[in-house]
Design a protein around this ligand. Structure first.
Ligand code: GDP
Length: 305
């Protein structure tokens, strides 16, 4: 929680400052306060649609209680945003818990270059290993030599095995070899890196479906998790990438990185709400330990307390 507070400090400070300014000299929540609040949420990248939903929820509460005090605003915001996030988070995630199975749990990681994909994979490997799991990485982003090299650096740092067929190899073949090996070696968690070249959408879609098909042949239902990594500091780009990747494949979890470097952490709320996908992890720094399992109550608490 302490790290989370620190990681979200910029967003919190910005939201808090604006919110305090909006309610100064006012005792109750009125139209002006709601207008200000709308602007604050939009400027923290919550997104227009989601902001409108939040404002409507709060308007409803103001209607029910005409004398709703501005001192109550933070509490109500927390309740409403937490409620909104809960709707996309049906199967509540337990910290680093995995479903019981004889087969490895397979995470396929997607996202464009530069968003922090490799770092997130490294951090995940570290955390799963710390919790006593056997982890294996698969270097299926074979499009860039740097991607394979970077993944090796993380595998060395965290001391986990990695399967790599070099640059230019068929990503599906890398996935096949990784899952086959993982099964044989009694691995608990497999994390597969993939190339995220959005400029050719048909290719991306085909490549991801082929990797998925091959995985499912080795381990039924794999990949269990298709994790889309988004850079939290990129605002509308993150929304656009979420749109493209959800069209290309069945993304069922989000990791939002670099929240420590931005005052616009509201993107966590907006992307999850707009695409109805749970945020599973958040990145709040560059260190191995700077990845947290997303907890919506702690998150809104950090932002609005
Ligand atoms: P990739 O191209 O998507 O694989 O991106 P990388 O994993 O190489 O990360 C790009 C840069 O973002 C690196 O300098 C990382 O250290 C940095 N980075 C990744 N996640 C975070 C984060 O949560 N916070 C901060 N501050 N930096 C991050």
């Amino acid at each position: 929680k302490e790290n989370l507070d620190k990681g979200l400090a910029k967003t919190k400070e910005s939201v808090f400052k604006k919110l305090s300014r909006a309610v100064v000299g006012k005792s109750k929540v009125d139209e002006d306060v709601l207008d200000e609040l709308e602007e604050i949420l939009i400027s923290s990248d919550v997104g227009v649609d989601t902001t409108v939903r939040i404002i409507e929820r709060i308007e409803k509460r103001v209607d029910e209680d005409k004398f709703l005090g501005t001192s109550e605003l933070n509490r109500i915001l927390k309740e409403e945003i937490s409620g909104l996030l809960q709707e996309n988070n049906k199967g509540e995630y337990d910290a680093w818990e995995l479903p019981k199975s004889d087969n490895p749990y397979v995470i396929m990681v997607v996202g464009v270059n530069g968003v922090g994909k490799t770092t997130t994979i490294g951090k995940l490997a570290y955390q799963f290993k710390q919790s006593g799991r056997k982890v294996m990485l698969g270097a299926a982003d074979t499009f860039r030599a740097a991607a394979v090299d970077q993944l090796h650096i993380w595998a060395d740092r965290v001391q986990v095995p990695i399967v790599d067929q070099g640059m230019g190899a068929d990503p599906a073949s890398v996935a096949f070899e990784t899952l086959t090996k993982a099964k044989k070696d009694g691995i608990d968690v497999v994390i597969i890196d993939t190339a995220g070249r959005l400029h050719n959408k048909i290719n991306l879609m085909n490549e991801l479906s082929k990797i998925k098909r091959v995985m499912d042949r080795v381990i039924p239902d794999a990949p269990h998790e298709i994790l889309l990594v988004l850079d939290g500091s990129t605002g509308q780009n993150a929304f656009e990438q979420a749109k493209q990747f959800t069209l290309a494949t069945d993304v069922n979890a989000l990791a939002i990185t670099k929240l420590d470097g931005t005052a616009k952490g509201g993107v966590v709320i907006g992307v999850s709400d707009q695409f109805k996908i749970p945020v599973k992890y958040i990145g709040i720094g560059e260190a191995m330990t700077d990845l947290q399992v997303f907890n919506r109550d702690e998150f809104v608490d950090s932002l609005f307390s």
